[in-house]
Design a protein around this ligand. Structure first.
Ligand code: NAD
Length: 419
């Protein structure tokens, strides 16, 4: 099982071993729970705009199929590798189980910097990737969604490619599509809104009023921008924000509508201000009530963890906190209220599940219905995690993952081992 390597996979493995010890899972059962059921690597050749041929590598990892189809995002990023994809698929499994969705986890993607492609080239990579995946995915096998570097448009190309192949429209093959192509109301906003919904639950538990509380957000893509917008709608003051091009900090508060307009116009935060630039790493250690890492994995190391001054760490990204940082935070009990990623950013997959259900039934809900159902699921999961953490006297991440892992384990054990 050595094809899964690299720091992100190692992190998912280490986290799992903590849970396996906590749950007393026998050694011989652990590999069955941890290692992915299937992994596919494909070559995606396209013609560049200048006529040259270029091959990109694509991946899809399906972690387990015990509870239903697998479900998970598609990442386009320049240094993507199979270990990272596998780690993200494993985290999806615990997340889906924690939120009671009838899915195993999956993840996929292409090793490509989407910003370096023209729109035509991006469409070619997207369609070729889906074409290569057709033998391995399906509405009842594996359902894709967006992640870092992909968006609604790419999901529409995926859906169209799959549908052309099958000779009929199969909207339920991907989620996170535009509403105009069978997507659901609320999916675009779901992850960021869910992050803020839970951050406010955490503030309430700490006795901090959201109105006037301060927030810092790292990442200004799908998750970060909607989290920022929702924080502002709920009366919090955004004092810091960053993306891969710029970082701004102003303790008096940043102009959120202006930031959103700038990002919509330019695609990035660079150029927003000459005066407010700040060190991106140090941004995370500034005093605030809510810190939302919403960019990428492994951004909070042990050094940063020791210096965090937020009251609530709301993990919008997957895997932003390294295990060594968790160890440091565990030594600061009561100082930083961690909402672990598999709980905090679950709004995305929950509404993706609603989208899949609506597509299968061809019966669509309005945004209010989607959101109220989402908040019910998040409230239930949040309450379960809090209760488990208090009962077992363990960190929130251990509690959340223990619930997810135990659910997958119970399903495997009751089904038995085939043949
Ligand atoms: P995205 O591609 O839309 O946005 C990523 C953002 O991160 C961009 O603004 C980019 O500039 C920024 N970024 C990249 N490197 C950075 C750096 N070094 N410092 C600061 N900012 C940086 O991606 P997304 O869909 O918003 O996903 C972000 C994270 O949330 C990922 O970890 C993803 O797995 C996770 N997530 C996404 C969803 C979803 O519904 N999209 C759901 C659950 C979890």
């Amino acid at each position: 099982m050595t094809i899964y390597t690299g720091p992100v996979f190692e992190m998912a493995r280490q986290q799992f071993l903590v849970i396996a010890d906590h749950l007393d899972i026998p050694l011989d059962e652990r590999d069955r729970l941890l290692f992915p059921k299937r992994a596919v690597i494909v070559a995606c050749p396209i013609h560049r705009d200048d006529g040259r041929l270029k091959v990109f590598h694509g991946y899809r990892v399906q972690h387990h199929l015990t509870l239903g189809p697998t479900k998970g995002g598609t990442r386009f990023s320049a240094d993507l590798n199979i270990g990272e994809v596998a780690a993200l698929a494993i985290w999806m499994s615990w997340k889906c189980a924690l939120t009671n969705l009838p899915y195993g986890g999956a993840k996929g993607g292409v090793t490509v910097d989407p910003r370096g492609l023209s729109r035509r080239e991006l469409e070619a990579v997207s369609r070729r990737y889906m074409q290569e995946m057709i033998p391995f995915v399906g509405p009842h096998t594996d359902v894709m969604a967006p992640d870092m570097g992909t968006n609604e448009q790419i999901m529409a190309w995926f859906m169209d490619t799959y549908s052309m192949h099958h000779g009929r429209t199969v909207t339920e093959i991907v989620t996170g599509k535009p509403v105009a192509s069978g997507g659901t109301e609320g999916r675009r906003e779901a992850t960021g809104r869910g992050v803020v919904y839970l951050a406010i639950r955490a503030l309430e538990r700490l006795g901090i009023r959201p109105a006037g509380a301060t927030a810092i957000v790292q990442g200004f893509g799908n998750v970060g921008s909607y989290a920022t917008q929702t924080l502002a709608e709920r009366g919090l003051k955004l004092i810091g924000v960053s993306d891969h091009t710029a970082c701004y900090y102003d303790p008096r508060g940043l102009d959120v509508p202006a930031l959103l307009r700038h990002a919509a116009q330019h695609g990035v935060l660079a150029g927003f201000s000459d005066q407010l630039s700040f060190d991106p790493r140090e941004l995370l250690t500034q005093k605030c009530d809510v810190l939302v890492p919403a960019a990428m994995e492994r951004v909070i190391d042990a050094d940063l963890a020791a210096r965090l001054q937020c009251r609530v760490l709301a993990e919008g990204a997957n895997g932003p906190t390294m295990p060594e940082a968790d160890a440091v935070l565990d030594q600061r009990p009561g100082e930083v209220f961690v909402i672990p990623d598999i709980l905090c950013n679950a709004g995305g997959v929950v509404v993706s599940y609603f989208e899949w259900v609506q597509d299968l039934q061809q019966f669509f809900w309005d945004e209010a219905e989607v959101m109220s159902k989402l908040y019910l699921v998040l409230d239930r999961a949040f309450a379960q995690v809090m209760a488990r953490a208090e009962r077992d006297k363990v960190p929130h991440r251990t509690a959340a993952m223990a619930i997810g892992v135990a659910k997958v384990r119970a399903a495997k054990n009751t089904r038995g081992l085939f043949p």
